[in-house]
Write a protein that binds this ligand. Structure first.
Ligand code: UFG
Length: 331
């Protein structure tokens, strides 16, 4: 029998839940595997869920034994750069050891297709922008290290065991489902757009602008904010690539536009019609001045054609969700 199920590991989180929504819309069979520590079951209504943790090999083993999985997508990572500096063991145990457990289980069950969520953090301090996939990899945090080490492990598994993979290096994932049904609910919320919306609503303290003396047009950092639905499109293309026998690939995902922290705050104020209470503070350690992607490779090779390349659209979708869920999924 043809195995056709995708295991979406960490599928109840921000990015994973939007991928699941796209999979449901396209009737692509899938099973979410999530420990619900950061994820929300309310974000994946309509998808099948198995609750479990990638740090527990026995649970993983059962999921692979019980389901006809042919492809795995992985989103189950800790993502806070600052926390990874103070508690690297936590990051290596989950983001690296957990993925090794997952890949061992895949190997035991001859599952040879893997889509891995990687990050711009693998590049470290940019030597040039826009950053293409060949840019040197020199992560400046344990978070970035775990992601880069997993990418290297995946390549070794490819050479030794025939694993075929697509690593997608996201720049700044943002936005929400345009219908307002699912969105970004992190605790704590550290990401700029989501946090600025909460600050405008008075739900978190005033926003601190981390550094105003960068060598950028307005002195604040530039980031390439990419809509989560455009990330979802890239994941579906990656699955199709692997299922049609495609070779292993690594791709950046961003639009090639850099927006400053001040520009983002302005967009949030314009979209919400509210003021974002804010103050200027020192630089946050490890923040590069500019992180801007070249995504030519995925456009050319997989035909990625982003639909939401517009900062105000990204902010307005995030706002729509936040208005529908002012306290997040927890209510
Ligand atoms: N920022 C502020 N104030 C805040 C929050 C953020 O000024 O309260 C600034 C940051 O200094 C940065 C920009 O807004 O210049 C974006 O910060 P985010 O925390 O939203 O995102 P990062 O660029 O730090 O991080 C993102 C992902 C990480 C990933 C990283 C890759 O969230 O998982 O990109 O570099 F590691």
């Amino acid at each position: 029998m043809l195995r056709r199920m995708i295991l979406v590991v960490g599928g109840a989180g921000f990015v994973g839940s939007h991928i699941c929504k796209s999979l449901r819309a396209q009737n692509i069979e899938h099973l979410v595997f999530d420990n619900l520590e950061k994820g929300h079951s309310q974000a994946i209504v309509g998808s099948q869920l198995a609750v479990g943790d990638i740090r527990d090999p026995a649970t993983l083993e059962r999921v692979f034994a019980d389901n006809d999985i042919d492809t795995v997508m992985h989103f189950a990572a800790y993502i806070e750069v600052g926390e990874s500096v103070t508690d690297p063991a936590k990051y290596y145990r989950n983001n690296f050891q957990g993925v090794l457990n997952l890949m061992d289980a895949m190997r035991n069950h001859r599952v040879e297709q893997f889509v891995f969520s990687s990050t711009a953090a693998v590049y470290g301090e940019p030597k040039y922008v826009p950053i293409d996939e060949l840019h040197p990899k020199d992560p400046t945090s344990p978070y970035g290290e775990t992601k880069w080490n997993v990418e290297r492990m995946i390549q070794s598994f490819g050479r030794a065991y025939g694993l075929r993979s697509v690593a997608l290096r996201y720049f700044n994932a943002a936005g929400a489902s345009p219908d307002g049904s699912i969105g970004e609910d992190h605790d704590p919320e550290t990401h700029l757009i989501a946090r600025a919306l909460l600050a405008a609503m008075g739900k978190v303290p005033p926003l601190t602008i981390f550094g105003t003396d960068y060598d950028t047009p307005d002195g604040t950092c530039l980031r390439d904010y990419v809509h989560v639905l455009d990330l979802a499109q890239a994941h579906i293309l990656a699955i199709k690539h692997l299922r049609s026998g495609g070779e292993s690939r690594q791709f950046n995902l961003g639009y090639g536009n850099g927006f400053s922290v001040r520009q983002v705050i302005n967009a949030v104020e314009k979209v919400t019609g509210m003021e974002v209470p804010k103050s200027e503070g020192p630089r946050r350690e490890g923040d590069p001045a500019r992180l801007i992607a070249s995504s030519t490779k995925i456009r050319e090779e997989l035909g990625w054609n982003p639909e939401f390349n517009d900062l105000e659209t990204i902010v307005s979708h995030a706002w729509k969700w936040r208005q529908a869920f002012p306290n997040g999924y927890g209510l």
